[in-house]
Every structure is written in C-alpha cells, then in structure tokens.
Design a protein around this ligand. Structure first.
Ligand code: HPA
Length: 246
C-alpha cells in the first residue's frame, strides 16, 4: 500500500480521527518543514499529516518552506500527497462551502523558492507539468466523494496568488478572464515541487468565501475559518472513503 500524506491548510491544522503515533522531526537540505511530521494512523491505515502553516498557523503563505515540506515527505517514503486548501470561489459553481478537485493551475506567485534544482540544474530537470495534478489521485478523490454522496466540483483552474492579503476586485476579474475557478495562496510551488520529486499530488479545495468583488459582504478571516470548519467534516468523510482504497 502506498503511503499517503495529507498537507492541511487554513482550518486543518490537525486531523480528527488521526491517531498520532509519533511526531517526527525531519531535517532537510532546504531547511525545516512547517512542523514535525505527525506520523500516525487513520482508521488503521498509515498516514502522515503536515500542517503547512505550522501547528499554530503562524507561517504565512509566502514564507512556507515548500521545498522542505515536500522533501521531508519524500524522504519518509510518501508516494501520494493530498493537499487540502481553502480557496476563494470565482466560478459560479464555487459558492462558499463547496468542495472542488481542481485539474489545472495558473501560478501568479513570485519570489518563492520554487525548484529543487535551482543550484543543480540539467536539461532533464524541465519537468512535464501539462497536467499539474495526478489524474489517478484526482479520480480517486472524485469517486470517494461520490461514494459518500458528497457533492464536489470535479475540475477547475486554481489561481495561486502571493498573499497574504486578499485580492482586489479587479484582480479577481482578471483571474476570471484567465479562466480561473478558484483562488488560493498555497497551491504553488507545492504542486510543482511534488512533481519534481515524482510524487502523486492532488488537491481538495474548500471554498471559504466568494472572491473579492463577487459578493457584497466584506471578506473576514472569521467567516473564512467558520466556512472552512464546516467544510472539514466533508473532507474527513471523504478521507474515510479514500484512505482504505489507496
Ligand atoms: N483569496 C485567496 N486565498 C483565499 C481566499 C481568497 O479569497 N479565500 C481563502 N483563501
């Protein structure tokens, strides 16, 4: 059975149902991961959990050591990564509370360490990133959702933005024109780093709010956290179905 890691984001700094057996500190050539790896079992199946903002949610999106996180998981024998991420909804079907399994990414971030090969490059390090998410893992997520009767949007382009501020209304109009369905701050370079290390990576996005300018209400962190907390019960249900099937 291949080992699964779950990278949790806003609203998922711990995972209910995960029995933690060990908190493992992993040093990497790229520095420290966001936290110790929480190594344990979910319904009898081995799982590693990593809160990407740290256990106290103290690391902002642009300061996350994505390279250390992905390298540490690879080093521990992980083969599949499920990234859970809060997003702002842009496309009509991405209302707050909706779960989506994106199939494409546009990267608008800047200044992040985004390759393992920056200092050690050769032509074979140009990874194919046509389809940024692992299609097999995506389909398993979609079918786990269907079997649990959890409504989920089966595709969509994830706009990865720099943060930590939220967007302007004009920025969201531009992302919509670019074809983006949802916007979040952590999807890149996480996904491409996983591909560089040949890990299967897919994302489960929880819409926390309508993106800037798409609703009349102000976007507050309190509302985002509340909506994501509600969405997390669906994620847990989905994991219950997914993990034994991997
Ligand atoms: N924008 C960017 N990231 C987010 C948002 C948003 O509106 N909501 C949750 N994460």
């Amino acid at each position: 059975m291949s080992l699964l890691a779950i990278i949790g984001g806003t609203g998922l700094t711990s995972l209910d149902g995960l029995t933690i057996k060990e908190k493992r500190t992993v040093d990497t050539p790229f520095g420290q991961p966001s936290s110790e790896l929480l190594v344990g079992e979910f319904q009898g199946h081995p799982v590693i959990f990593l809160p990407r903002h740290g256990q106290q949610h103290g690391i902002p999106p642009h300061k996350i050591n994505y390279r250390a996180n992905i390298w540490a998981l690879k080093n521990q024998g992980v083969e599949n990564i499920l990234a859970v991420a809060a997003v702002g909804g842009i496309r009509d079907d991405m209302a707050p509370g909706v779960i989506a399994i994106p199939d494409q990414i546009i990267d608008y971030t800047y200044g992040r360490e985004h390759s393992f090969f920056s200092d050690d490059f050769s032509s074979d390090k140009h990874i194919d990133f046509t389809y940024p998410y692992d299609e097999n893992l995506r389909q398993q997520l979609i079918s786990a959702a269907q079997q649990q009767a959890i409504a989920c949007v089966k595709d969509g382009t994830y706009a990865a933005v720099q943060g930590p501020r939220l967007e302007t209304a004009a920025e969201i109009r531009r992302l919509a024109n670019d074809g983006c369905s949802m916007v979040g701050m952590t999807g890149m370079p996480e996904a491409s780093l996983a591909r560089e290390l040949e890990l299967a990576y897919a994302s489960c996005a929880v819409s926390a709010n309508w993106a800037a300018g798409l609703s009349d209400s102000e976007i507050t962190m309190a509302d985002i956290e509340q909506t994501v907390a509600n969405g997390m019960s669906k994620i847990k249900q989905l994991l219950t179905q997914l993990i034994p099937s991997l």
